[in-house]
Design a protein around this ligand. Structure first.
Ligand SMILES: NC(=O)c1ccc[n+]([C@@H]2O[C@H](COP(=O)([O-])OP(=O)(O)OC[C@H]3O[C@@H](n4cnc5c(N)ncnc54)[C@H](O)[C@@H]3O)[C@@H](O)[C@H]2O)c1
Length: 447
């Protein structure tokens, strides 16, 4: 039996053991979906705290709900380990490790490469490897496969992709906090490095995802994922730019977007905010910017969107400064409370959150800044900040102590009536106070 036939059979009979490397926002819900589909899962992570939590059934990603970790840890078909030496046991290996940017906005694929080395060390015939991490086109074929083979030893060094082992790219479309879709119900793109890899990859993912959408190559799947995120980055930049222009004209941009949204075709609403956040939209577009230079091309839309979006925290600070001025206060020495540290409502993910930038900019101008976020009791260390602050409770007495409150993230847990009634001045970057604007008359500024 060939390696292809053997793997196909193990997938058909559900005997296949699936290794998932990186049990974070992407890997953990995927492990759960494939496990629910009846497969055996071996989860890998270098973070011992995550392995320990999974062994004990403790949930470390609140938005996924308590039962998800319990389902896994209570099952005989799930195990979590930090021992990468066990990758050889797996018939399929799915890679969900971070793909951040380096200091100069260049792609950092070091997590993919080190994972590929670990896979290469125990590579055996009949393994399927799927990369999920968002990255530039060509990573799977040109970076990942060579890195695997470079780390392989003995006969494995001359294994052939498409004959001995099979490699696909299948991007994640996770949107933490979204209730309308989950890992299972969101259609999944999949492009293999050869047709048999695509076929085997689709067989694997159909156990966890209702609709698998095969495309002709790994490169198409890699590029499609970037298009999805670039589309968001560019459209968010567009409404952020409109916000600045319309606000200067005394026109309410949120009402304008609501009005345009009544068109039943050819329009899709995007909303302005204090800047881009999260692990994807502020980062992924620059993977293409970097790669484009290799073929002598430039990504002007992406760069422009990046400039507009990066300027947003500065715009919010300027509006705060002017609003304080109108109330006879200088920003220097003012006490300011930033509401929401997570980058979007009702999740606890703070990666790349513009709230950090706001806090830093306000402090640089001499303000005394606190934050409130019921989902983030303490500031975690993130890529560029280690603020070491603790969340302040929102009470009438606490609100009255601050010269201004800046709404950065519109968590539904915030009591907006209390904020409207008791804050001395509110700078609202999310149109969160709309319902209570009459209660905050003369004290509300949109930014
Ligand atoms: N978070 C999202 O909403 C989202 C959505 C779509 C795509 N993505 C992409 O998916 C990828 C993963 O993102 P995430 O949000 O799940 O990241 P994450 O930080 O939540 O999880 C990554 C996990 O990988 C582990 N890890 C790192 N290096 C490792 C190694 N060498 N071996 C084993 N484990 C290792 C980390 O400890 C962490 O637990 C990224 O490329 C991201 O761009 C994320």
């Amino acid at each position: 039996m060939t390696a292809y036939e053997q793997l196909k059979r193990r997938l058909e009979t559900k005997e296949a053991l699936v290794g998932i490397i990186g049990l974070g926002y992407v890997g953990l819900p995927l492990a759960h979906a494939l496990h629910q589909g009846g497969l055996r899962i071996l989860g890998f992570d270098i973070d011992p705290a995550k392995i320990d939590a999974l062994k004990k059934g403790v949930n470390y990603l609140k938005h996924l709900g308590e039962s998800l970790t319990r389902d896994l840890s209570g099952s005989k078909r799930f195990e979590a380990t930090a021992d990468m030496g066990r990758l050889g046991e797996c018939d399929a290996i799915i890679v969900c490790v971070p793909t951040p940017l380096g200091k100069h906005q260049e792609p950092d694929i070091s997590y993919i490469v080190s994972t590929a080395h670990a896979i290469g060390k125990t590579l055996r015939p009949g393994q399927l490897i799927a990369l999920e991490s968002t990255t530039y086109p060509g990573t799977t074929r040109q970076d990942m496969i060579p890195a695997m083979l470079a780390a392989a030893s003995g006969p494995a060094k001359s294994y052939k992709s498409g004959e001995d082992f099979f490699v696909v790219f299948s991007p994640e479309r996770e949107d933490p906090g979204r209730k309308s879709h989950n890992t299972r119900s969101t259609p999944k793109l999949l492009g293999g490095c050869d047709p048999r890899a695509t076929e085997l990859g689709a067989m694997l993912y159909r156990y966890g995802v209702e609709t698998v959408v095969p495309v002709s190559s790994a490169e198409v799947a890699e590029s499609a994922k970037l298009l999805e995120n670039i589309f968001r980055a560019v459209n968010i930049a567009l409404v952020n730019e409109l916000k600045v222009v319309l606000t200067a004209m005394g026109i309410d941009v949120w009402e304008v977007i609501r009005a345009a949204s009544t068109k039943p075709f050819g329009f899709m609403p995007f909303y302005p905010g204090p800047g881009l956040g999260g692990h994807c939209i502020p980062i992924d577009p620059f993977y293409l910017t970097w790669k484009a230079k290799e073929v002598g091309k430039f990504t002007r839309f992406i760069e422009l969107a990046g400039q507009v979006n990066t300027h947003m925290p500065h715009y919010v600070v300027e509006r705060t400064m002017l609003a304080l001025n109108d109330h006879g206060k200088a920003i220097k020495g003012s006490r300011i409370l930033v509401l929401g540290l997570a980058y979007k409502p009702d999740i606890d993910d703070t990666r790349e959150s513009p709230s950090f930038e706001l806090i830093m900019l306000l402090e640089d101008l001499g303000a005394e800044v606190d934050y409130s976020d019921p989902l983030v009791p303490k500031t975690p260390r993130v890529r560029r900040h280690d603020l070491q602050m603790a969340s302040v409770d929102i009470t009438p007495a606490n609100l009255a102590r601050y010269d201004a409150v800046v709404i950065s993230t519109n968590h539904s847990a915030f009591d907006y009536r209390t904020i409207a009634e008791h804050a001395r001045l509110v700078v609202d970057t999310r149109d969160a106070l709309r319902q209570f604007e009459s209660l905050a008359a003369g004290r509300l500024v949109r930014a």
